[in-house]
Design a protein around this ligand. Structure first.
Ligand code: NAD
Length: 513
């Protein structure tokens, strides 16, 4: 990695070899056992991070709770100004942060830069929004009365995030939460802890330059046991959790038990429907990028292609042909399309899924396998596989976080393809490739895709921040990022004000004294 300037990148991000949580004052609370972060790119140690103990966590919460009292009183457009400065810092540091994402998580450098660009985009969005946290006025049924709705800051927002977007998911949450007047306590993934430190260093500098309390942005480090401190904490009214359905089932239940709100962004099992009129020039790059981008480790990765029988052979051959062009290797080297999986556990899960698909009757069209030898020393590089399968196979019903693409046929009308597409437990992203307006509109109608994201003539992955992001069913139902997703970071209050001299009751109820 030396040749790709990683040391310079780490230096620019203020990363020391052993980190104590963050680079700044009272937020440097972590004193627990060390986690070591090894790069899946070359197997080298990137750095060590101290984890957060229960006692450290109390200090973090004290700092966050104090900061909230200050921050909620700051006018929203002024909070927007802080987010604007944060976005500008990210512009300055796009290259080193993008490189670190690529090196610690393993996605291609282009995708690493793309992830930082998403952070910049959500900051821009949030800055504008800081002047638009509008409530509404509502006509009252009573004379001399007015009703309105206001949005107030909610408090300390807990953020638990996954390894695959180790920086962007944090900023989707924080950029909105901050303009809403909330403060954040983030537990990043224990598989990408250096990215967490880097992000915290960047915002800490912005807060310091503006003389603002450090507790506006806090991090805690460690595995699920540290996550549990957040989920069980009644001082945290909102927990935004991104990760597996397995995790969301636990976190959602824990938070609900204490009447907290949760925003769940969980696994997907995303399909592209390829109809007879689909344009192969669009289908091939859309499907291949969707399936192998980030080595199949995006929540929106394409896992299933549902292809009309009349074009099945043609589409299959084109996709299989395109797989032959893919290069696998160091993701910092821009000639490679595919980098490593996050760790060797993920490699084993990938191998087991291929075996399971075969055992259930799947036919392998493009063989998978683990790469070894020069450049593949980390043991995390795998070949993307294509398997002909049926939708009801247990393994197809399951999200395997790896580059395995299942091909299946449909017959007759598009409704049959939509049934297959919806016939899984997850509901994140979906797409149809068609030149038929009727098919496209059916797919987008109430009777069409049941996912939170439904696209026409683009793939399943690569959402823009302007739209609300998230999905239904086992994906958890949460929405982040654009549209009116900001509302979840605030509490709604309905006000009725009487400016008359009488006290008429609602619903015409008489109460004479
Ligand atoms: P994971 O569920 O293993 O871990 C995610 C985070 O949850 C980590 O920080 C982990 O420490 C924490 N965690 C795990 N169990 C917990 C518990 N019981 N209590 C509190 N915290 C707990 O997921 P991962 O392997 O890091 O990421 C991959 C998964 O994330 C995939 O399923 C993917 O689809 C999903 N994902 C979803 C979205 C989305 O927006 N829908 C985005 C990115 C990733």
């Amino acid at each position: 990695a030396q040749q790709f300037g990683m040391q310079e990148a780490l230096h620019a991000l203020g990363i020391k070899e052993i980190n104590d949580g963050t680079s700044t004052g009272s937020n440097s609370f972590s004193s627990g056992p060390i986690i070591e972060s090894y790069s899946p790119v070359d197997g080298q140690l990137i750095g060590k991070v101290k984890t957060t103990t229960a006692a450290d966590y109390e200090k973090v919460m004290q700092s966050a709770t104090e900061a909230f009292k200050f921050f909620r009183a700051m006018p929203a457009p002024q909070r927007g100004e802080i987010v604007r400065q944060f976005g500008n810092k990210l512009r300055e540091l796009k290259e080193p942060l993008g490189k670190l994402v690529s090196y610690e998580m393993g996605k291609s450098l282009q995708e690493g830069y793309g992830e930082v660009q998403e952070m910049i985009d959500i900051c821009d969005f949030a800055v504008g929004l800081s002047r638009q946290l509008n409530g509404q006025t509502i006509p009252s049924e009573r004379p001399g009365h007015v009703m309105r709705e206001q949005w107030h800051s909610i408090g300390v927002v807990g953020i638990i995030s996954a390894f695959n977007f180790p920086v962007a998911v944090w900023s989707w949450n924080t950029a909105l939460a901050w303009i809403c007047g909330d403060v954040c306590v983030w537990k990043g993934s224990e598989k990408a802890p250096i990215c967490t430190i880097a992000c915290q260093n960047i915002i800490a500098e912005v807060l310091k330059a503006n003389n603002l309390p450090e507790g506006i942005s806090c991090i805690v480090n460690g595995d699920y046991t540290v996550g549990e401190m957040i989920t069980n904490d009644t001082r945290i009214p909102l927990v935004s959790a991104t990760g597996s359905t397995r995790m969301g089932r636990i976190v959602g239940a824990k938070v609900a038990e204490r009447f907290g709100k949760s925003l769940l962004e969980l696994g997907g099992n995303n399909a592209i429907i390829i109809t007879p009129t689909a344009d192969l020039k669009v289908v091939v790059p859309g499907a291949v990028f969707g399936a192998v981008g980030t080595a199949g480790q995006r929540c929106t990765s394409t896992r299933r292609l549902i292809i009309h029988e009349s074009v099945y052979d043609k589409v299959r051959d084109a996709i299989v042909g395109a797989y032959g062009q893919l290069t696998i290797g160091n993701p910092l080297d821009q000639k490679n399309h595919i980098g490593p999986l996050i760790d060797t556990d993920a490699v084993n899960t990938y191998l087991a899924a291929i075996e399971k698909a075969k055992a259930e009757g799947g036919k392998v069209l493009v063989e998978g396998g683990v790469l070894s030898g020069e450049g593949y020393e980390s043991g995390c590089y795998v070949k993307p596989a294509i398997i002909e399968a049926e939708n009801h196979f247990e393994i197809v019903q399951h999200e395997t976080f790896a580059p395995i693409l299942y091909l299946m046929k449909y017959e007759g009308e598009v409704e049959n393809a939509i049934d297959l597409q919806n016939g899984v437990a997850q509901g994140l992203s979906s797409a149809i490739m068609t030149n038929s307006m009727k098919e496209a509109e059916k797919f987008l109608s109430f009777a069409g895709s049941d996912c939170g994201i439904a696209n026409v003539n683009i793939g399943t992955s690569g959402a823009e921040i302007g739209g609300a992001f998230g999905g239904e069913k086992e994906t958890g139902g949460g929405r982040e990022s654009g549209s009116d997703a900001w509302k979840v970071y605030m509490r709604r209050q309905t006000n009725t004000v009487n400016y008359s001299d009488q006290l008429p009751l609602a619903q015409g109820i008489k109460f004479d004294l």
